[in-house]
Design a protein around this ligand. Structure first.
Ligand SMILES: [Zn+2]
Length: 161
């Protein structure tokens, strides 16, 4: 039969198509679809971003909805003097002492933390900090969801002619 020009031509076309499919064609395709149904595409894009925000929100709420104890307060450290005249702390910086600062009934409270409790208290305060951080993230996501819903309302508005 010999070399068939059609075969080689078709092979060439197929090769070109597969090359284009790899990068060029999808871009053109989605661009055309976007132009022909611009309103619907914009709405779908907003809905997709809404769904993304909602699933991130669900993760944040899951993290917040734990029951482990936490301590609303902050830890700091002071230098304490033990009182023994022979101790180095009588002259130079004393013994590090962890302090828990908190507010109860509107009044600031400052408590010394026993060394044996320090790790647990530190973890509980850290849980409080990450709770606060989760609340901030939730608030940001809520604002985003609201903004997206308002954008969707605008995009869905067809008016009346
Ligand atoms: Zn001392």
């Amino acid at each position: 039969m010999g070399a068939d020009p059609m075969d080689s031509e078709r092979g060439g076309v197929l090769a070109d198509l597969s090359t284009q499919n790899a990068g060029y064609l999808p871009g053109i395709h989605s661009y055309n679809t976007y132009i022909s149904g611009m309103g619907m595409k914009s709405r779908e894009r907003v809905v997709r971003r809404l769904r993304e925000a909602e699933s991130r929100r669900a993760v944040v709420v899951d993290e917040l909805a734990q029951t482990d104890a936490l301590i609303i307060g902050s830890l700091s450290e002071v230098q304490r003097r033990c009182g023994k005249p022979s101790c180095h702390c009588a002259e130079r910086p004393g013994h590090p002492q962890a302090i828990l600062m908190s507010v109860h009934d509107g009044r600031r409270r400052c408590q010394l933390i026993r060394q044996a409790d320090l790790a647990d208290v530190r973890q509980a305060v850290e849980r409080y900090r990450s709770f606060q951080s989760g609340l901030r993230t939730l608030s940001t996501l809520d604002s985003k969801v609201l903004a997206l819903l308002k954008e969707l309302r605008r995009l869905r508005d067809e008016g009346y002619e």
